[in-house]
Design a binder for this molecule. Structure first.
Ligand code: SF4
Length: 317
């Protein structure tokens, strides 16, 4: 493990550094049963609340990510480069070697008890999925929710997993004390596209069903239609299908975003796409020739298709 470069270990999208304690590292522990094929690296976090740099323009200031790496294994995942900082690779290692902040719940309890903490909203799921498979074993997200509920601290969750329903009891209690939102990302309901692009995630229909149950329980919920993949999930019928499904179960459509290919993710995703469909690969190389973002007019077209007479609540994204 000594080759792991921990100094920048928590240089996440939300930009914090050196939050792991190298001395607290143990593992790897090999997963068994439903977790077989996965490895878990246990670390002691120095801090669990990450402050998002003001320049980020994200709609939240504080985040918690109890895991690093994600067994949901989405081909396009923007968080993959966070594994590179660890000396691990952004492909299979990101999908299979999961860093677990084993003391997350105790840390949070201490940090929320500090007189310096002012009770600002906390976002979860900003970097890796808090309800990825190993949450069934570690229950760290559940522990974090419990502490936030005890402190009547507002929070939001973004996930691709119906495992969040396991914690409906805590969510219901927390929502009586503070603002609580549980959002999903659902890029498509197209079975074929889902299978090849998000191979480790629960079926997107199960996310829609989870949204229905959350809405029925009075929990604020919605979904971000993202990422939309040109030539794979951007057909008008595909977009209408997913936006209608969200609305039909009482969820809000929070926005629609085309694929973003930051450096590192770009090479990983395009490498996969080249093997999947050479023609599509050539099309993506053209589309993303100028950088990480899809052209503005393309994003506007997606938005127009999804709005279709409905308001998109971009304040919630
Ligand atoms: S669920 Fe989110 S964090 Fe996990 S691999 Fe997919 S995009 Fe990445």
């Amino acid at each position: 493990m000594s080759e792991l470069r921990w100094r920048l270990a928590d240089e996440e999208r939300d930009g914090q550094a050196a939050l792991f304690d190298v001395d607290g590292l143990t593992g790897p522990e090999r997963g068994t049963g439903r977790l077989s094929g996965l490895e878990f690296l246990h670390v002691t976090a120095r801090r669990i609340l990450n402050e998002v740099p003001a320049r980020s323009r994200l709609p939240f200031r504080w985040t918690i990510n109890v895991y690093r790496g994600c067994s949901h294994a989405c081909r396009y995942c923007f968080a993959r480069p966070t594994h590179e900082y660890l000396g691990l690779d952004i492909g299979e290692d990101f999908d299979r070697k999961i860093v677990v902040k084993i003391n997350a719940v105790e840390r949070l309890r201490a940090e929320l008890a500090s007189p310096r903490w002012t009770g600002e909203a906390v976002a979860m799921g900003t970097n890796t999925d808090p309800y990825q498979r190993c949450e069934g074993k570690y229950r760290l997200t559940r522990g974090v929710l419990d502490v936030l509920a005890d402190h009547a601290n507002p929070f939001s969750i973004l996930t691709k997993s119906p495992l969040v329903l396991r914690d409906l009891d805590i969510l219901t209690t927390a929502a009586q004390r503070a603002d609580v939102t549980v959002n999903f990302s659902i890029g498509t309901l197209d079975e074929r596209v889902w299978r090849v692009t998000e191979p480790g995630t629960p079926h997107p229909r199960r996310r829609v069903e989870a949204m229905r149950q959350l809405a029925a329980a009075g929990i604020s919920t919605g979904a971000l239609i993202a990422p939309v993949l040109p030539g794979l999930s951007d057909g008008p019928d595909q977009l209408r299908e997913v936006s209608s499904a969200i609305r039909d179960v009482g969820g809000r459509v929070l926005g629609v975003l085309p694929l973003h290919l930051r450096p590192g993710v770009r090479e990983h995703f395009l490498g996969w796409l080249a093997g999947f469909d050479a023609e599509l690969h050539a099309d993506y190389v053209r589309r993303y020739a100028k950088g990480a973002y899809a052209p503005k007019h393309y994003a506007a077209r997606l938005r127009a298709l999804v709005e279709a007479g409905h308001e998109i609540d971009f304040t919630q994204t």
